[in-house]
Unconditional design. Sequence first.
Length: 266
Amino acid sequence: MRIISWNINGIRAVHKKGLFVPFIEKYQPDILCLQETKAEQHQSVVDLPAYEEYWNSATRKGYSGTAIFTKHKPLSVTLNIPAAILKKYTLTDTYGDPNMEGRITVLEFKDFYITTVYTPNAKDDLSRIPLRHKGWDPAFLEYMKELEKKKPIVFCGDLNVAHTQDDLARPKENVGKKGFTHEEREGIQAMVDHGFVDTFRMFVQGNGHYTWWSHFANARARNIGWRIDYIFVSEKLKSKVKKASIHADVMGSDHCPVELDINMGW
């Protein structure tokens, strides 16, 4: 099974560039997890008859949003963080309620769950750090742990944080800045401490492997980037993982796709 995750930064924009369908045709993912779709399903003119499509769009038009395209129909579909978990955390701040921004889509299959997630950005002035640190990150982790009690999970997406110094080109200059604060890194470390496995790091160590680049100063061509897009699996699935890769050559977004090949039946 091939799972690909991609922050597409606007599905209509990528499709208009003529880059979306050729990407699907080339890589043939069994499951495609998207973030930052910036559209509702009826606004997408992409026609992919081989796939079932499950969308979670933000209430605010043209903003955020996730979707999963799958070649097999799931047993169930769940959107957003469940109410029982929300009661324990404060997710609303001056920017709004991230649980209304289409940031989580979960599909259930016979032997596993798959989640696509678009984690809220901390903002340049770090004004959303309290929401990330005390609200979103622990609430999302609790949700994944609850799902995992039923069956193993795969979760992937734009987590808006570089986990270690090897996950960004210029760590010293970015310590304490958005995407590389102690609080944000603590959130992703909590996932690792629970036992979720960063699949890319099963195969590749060291720096130079990035999934997002700034539009400024020719950063992508110079590979001055950040690895903030991940695919994690439950520890139980680790032995089934065959390959994990970053497709830095795929254009269309400021992020590139990440891939997981895993020996899993439907």
